[in-house]
Design a protein around this ligand. Structure first.
Ligand SMILES: Cc1cc2nc3c(=O)[nH]c(=O)nc-3n(C[C@H](O)[C@H](O)[C@H](O)COP(=O)(O)OP(=O)(O)OC[C@H]3O[C@@H](n4cnc5c(N)ncnc54)[C@H](O)[C@@H]3O)c2cc1C
Length: 211
């Protein structure tokens, strides 16, 4: 069995999503007895809620000064909270209490071990555009690391899993009949539109998803 072990450093808001993958073996640094270094994730470009994908976000094309300002205030407060943490440690407050005000964008670190089969599952979910940008970027780094180490498996996984498309029975019905997709859900229509943008073979039926 191929198993990978990483020393991964990530903001806590990414780690909370990361640790949901139960097939990993994890050993995370304990902030109860280790002082967390001041690695803070800085929020840069504002994103707005996505139109269809409830959990998603989109870049703001022309951010307002209020939008920029609020992100700056969040970044500044992060630094302030970290300084407070340091001050509390200096006053001999127990680390488990001193850390209580630390924000989600401070970095944590873990040793993360996973076999290739489950790693592919992780990557499929976390490279997906529904996943948050920051975890997607980390998943891409993991993929870049393992690609030269398991090139044939990675290529097969890309061909048959990552870049493969699954259709629901409603979507299949629409494709087979060449009729509009029978759905009133904007997000379902949008998902279908995206799927069939993938080049179809010359034998595929013409598809009309407009209602
Ligand atoms: C885009 C996105 C949005 C998400 N949004 C939310 C959210 O809003 N709220 C939230 O709470 N979570 C959310 N999650 C997390 C999600 O629900 C899963 O917990 C996470 O993706 C891990 O997936 P998994 O369980 O398939 O993976 P793993 O835990 O790595 O498990 C891999 C596979 O092993 C099998 N397996 C593992 N453990 C067991 C078990 N005990 N019993 C049976 N089978 C098992 C399953 O087949 C599973 O698919 C989100 C995930 C993604 C990718």
């Amino acid at each position: 069995m191929v198993v990978f072990k990483f020393r991964a450093s990530m903001p806590i808001f990414v780690a909370r999503q990361w640790v949901r993958h139960r097939t990993a073996s994890i050993n995370e640094v304990s902030a109860r007895y280790t002082e967390l270094p001041g690695n803070l994730f800085e929020i840069k470009d504002p994103r707005q809620k996505h139109r269809y994908n409830k959990q998603g976000s989109d870049a703001v094309e022309d951010p307002s000064s209020d939008q920029r300002d609020i992100l700056k205030r969040i970044n500044d407060t992060t630094v302030e909270m970290y300084n407070l943490y340091q001050e509390a440690l200096d006053l001999d407050i127990a680390p488990e209490q001193a850390r209580m005000g630390l924000p989600l964008n401070i970095y944590t670190e873990m040793i993360w071990k996973m076999d290739l089969h489950n790693l592919f599952h992780f990557l499929k979910l976390r490279l997906d555009e529904h996943a948050q940008l920051e975890i997607r970027q980390m998943a891409q780094m993991i993929l870049d690391i393992i690609t030269p180490l398991a090139p044939i498996s990675v290529q097969a996984w890309k061909d048959y899993v990552l870049n493969a498309v699954t259709f629901s029975s409603l979507e299949l019905d629409a494709l087979r009949k060449g009729e509009p997709l029978q759905s009133t859900s904007q997000s379902e229509l949008e998902e279908f539109r995206k799927k069939i943008k993938i080049p179809l073979t010359s034998r595929s039926p013409e598809v009309n998803i407009e209602r």
